[in-house]
Design a protein around this ligand. Structure first.
Ligand code: BES
Ligand code: ZN
Length: 605
């Protein structure tokens, strides 16, 4: 550890996932003027940037991927020859634009292609209603596939946009949003707080708005809205609870967009407008911790941002910690301990798998993702090891001091990007140093720069999960399924139930479970995914029809990877997987099919 405070400007030099050279010239504001064309599945746009450059700098470099760059000019109309460098795998192409002393703005006229990686163009059949839909997913480095931009989490800019869409559609962005359809199809947007490119987002479709409070509301397709409101009606109290913990919410509005089921993630923290999968709509609010998670990103991630994807745990570990704190405040400690127990299990499983596969370095909190797609950093390490590290520090210092420290950290670093070393140093000084609390000697080498799971990993204590375990034991001992006491189980208890079932469980027991609970025809996606996993392991065929339906209709990568992966373990299963995949692939976003193509060795023609 260095002893000097590292300046934010220093670390802007080395984001290995961007071609930008921020020490030469950076973008400070984007004015995006775009036309959305569902017929050709293209966006035609002009991206105009205000730029800031250091003296004598003669060019600015942007990131692009698979864009048709038509024309570039400086200031009002000073047309310029640009250089689009060769394609680099994963990263795309660097766009070099020459600058003069007088250059204040650059404008880029361009088109996207139908297979742009960030964009998913859905036909009417792929939505809940009867009109087509478009949404974007920019994190981690896909913004460059729909906007030529400096696509690094260390570079922030404000933006405004004018977007033209076919009449009847609503367009919304990670910005100040309309709440009603405009009959001309023209929409204006503004994001006044500086954000990194991975938080650029757009959705267009037949959408309506439902207000849940003065600063909160829901966007959804009309056919989905009633269901969405049932689970998300408490959004306003989520926001208020979070503010009590971490200080003011700095983004004005907090809305949630419920997307069609092909959305590849559970949630995405686009500022002012979280994107969420419809698979959290369980009817009983039991999966809303995902909303607490995306809301928590309004502090950890969106306000104070990981400087590079190697520091991803600063985004996700903090956010999981906050998510559990929000859930504890709203639903009590016995609830948040269930969530922590699930993290504990996931962390143990994933750390073991990474180490067994020779990837021990990927179990460090500080990652080294050079040359790889940063999405490979989306493991239980960033999320759950990150969470337990912070939980451990909370235990060392006491909650009150830790909370004060966190509030101060977010206030002092608001709208900045920060790397792991800066955070650790800041914590050493402003938490341990300030209160004269001895910092364990190997704290950082164990947790941040070391492999596997530290010995002092906090152990969650969930009584509700212990009851589940006892219930399983009783059932398997008595062989009487009616001894399973699960009338009051939440989704999490059911998930724990599946995680705890011994491998030796028999086909007849799986059958008995289905007879009693009718899992095969259930409506809760998290439980369904666990059930189908068990069904594949035990070759429980009566569930396969429902599983095929599920795989065709859901694009959420977290469900798809384990299910296809389990199927692919046997020859027969692999055949089934490929048959389903052929039909389902067209419903998946690039993020999902890119990973599944590799998993299944699927060749496209
Ligand atoms: N920011 C992430 C999603 C993400 C990470 C997208 C990396 C692309 C690259 C989001 O906040 C997230 O963590 N989503 C989780 C849900 C959460 C409750 C753990 C998800 O989608 O499963
Ligand atoms: Zn997250």
């Amino acid at each position: 550890m260095k002893n000097t405070r590292i300046k934010t400007s220093d670390l802007k030099k080395d984001d290995q996932h961007s071609f930008a050279k921020p020490q030469k010239a950076i973008i400070t504001h984007l004015n995006w003027n775009a036309t959305i064309d569902f017929e050709t599945k293209t966006i035609n746009a002009i991206a105009q940037f205000n730029i800031q450059k250091y003296p004598n700098v003669t060019e600015i470099i942007l990131d692009t991927k698979n864009l048709d760059i038509e024309k570039i000019w400086r200031n009002k109309d000073d047309s310029v020859d640009f250089v689009l460098k060769e394609q680099v795998e994963i990263l795309g192409q660097a766009l070099h634009i020459p600058l003069t002393k007088e250059t204040e703005t650059i404008s880029i006229q361009y088109k996207t292609f139908p297979d742009s990686e960030a964009l998913q163009w859905l036909s009417a059949q792929q939505t809940a209603g009867d009109s087509p839909f478009l949404f974007t997913q920019s994190q981690a480095i896909l913004c460059r596939s729909w906007i030529p931009i400096q696509d690094s989490p260390g570079i922030r800019f404000t933006y405004e946009a004018q977007v033209k869409v076919p009449k009847g559609n609503l367009a919304i962005m990670s910005a100040e949003n309309p709440q009603e359809v405009d009959s001309t199809g023209n929409y204006n947007f503004k994001m006044q707080q500086p954000i990194p490119a991975y938080l650029m987002a757009l959705a267009v479709g037949d959408l309506e708005y439902y207000k849940t409070g003065p600063e909160t509301g829901i966007y959804a397709e009309p056919a989905t809205m009633e269901k969405a409101v049932k689970d998300l009606e408490d959004l306003q109290s989520f926001l208020e609870t979070a503010e009590e913990l971490y200080g003011n919410y700095r983004w004005g509005q907090f809305d949630v967009l419920i997307l069609p089921p092909s959305f590849p993630f559970g949630g995405m923290e686009n500022p002012r407008l979280t994107f969420a999968t419809p698979t959290i709509l369980s009817g009983d609010k039991s999966l809303v911790s995902l909303i607490a998670h995306e809301l928590a990103h309004s502090w950890s991630g969106n306000l104070v941002t990981n400087a590079t994807w190697n520091d991803f745990w600063l985004n996700e570990g903090f956010t999981v910690y906050f998510e559990y704190r929000i859930m504890e405040a709203l639903y009590g400690k016995d609830y948040s301990e269930m969530l922590a127990s699930i993290s504990h299990k996931e962390l143990r499983g994933e750390a073991k798998e990474l180490i067994d596969n020779g990837n021990a370095k990927d179990t460090h909190l500080k990652l080294d993702l050079a040359g790889r797609n940063p999405d490979v950093g989306m493991t239980a390490i960033a999320y759950d090891k990150g969470y337990f590290f912070l939980k451990y520090i909370e235990e060392l210092t006491g909650r009150e001091k830790f909370d004060d420290f966190l509030k101060q950290y977010f206030t002092e670093h608001a709208f900045e990007s920060i790397n792991t070393e800066q955070f650790l140093l800041y914590m050493e000084q402003n938490l341990f140093g300030k209160h004269n609390i001895p910092m364990p000697k190997d704290l950082f080498s164990n947790w941040v720069y070391g492999s596997g799971i530290p010995e002092n990993l906090p152990k969650p204590n969930s009584e509700r999960f212990r009851n589940v375990e006892q219930s399983i034991a009783k059932w398997l001992n008595t062989e009487n399924i009616d001894t399973l006491k699960c009338q009051d189980w939440s989704t999490h208890e059911f998930l724990h139930f599946f995680h705890q079932l011994p491998d030796s469980i028999e086909y007849s027991e799986v059958q008995a479970l289905d007879e009693k609970f009718d899992f095969t025809n259930g409506g809760n996606s998290e439980i369904l995914a666990e059930w189908f996993l068990l069904s594949i392991k035990k070759e429980y065929r009566p569930a396969y029809g429902a599983m095929e339906n599920f795989l065709i209709n859901t694009g959420r990568k977290k469900f798809l990877m384990p299910l296809y992966g389990e199927l692919a373990k046997t020859e027969n299963g692999k055949r089934i997987a490929l048959n389903i995949y052929k039909k389902a692939r067209q419903n998946y976003h690039y993020v999902s099919y890119n990973s599944l193509d590799k998993l299944l060795n699927y060749q496209t023609d």
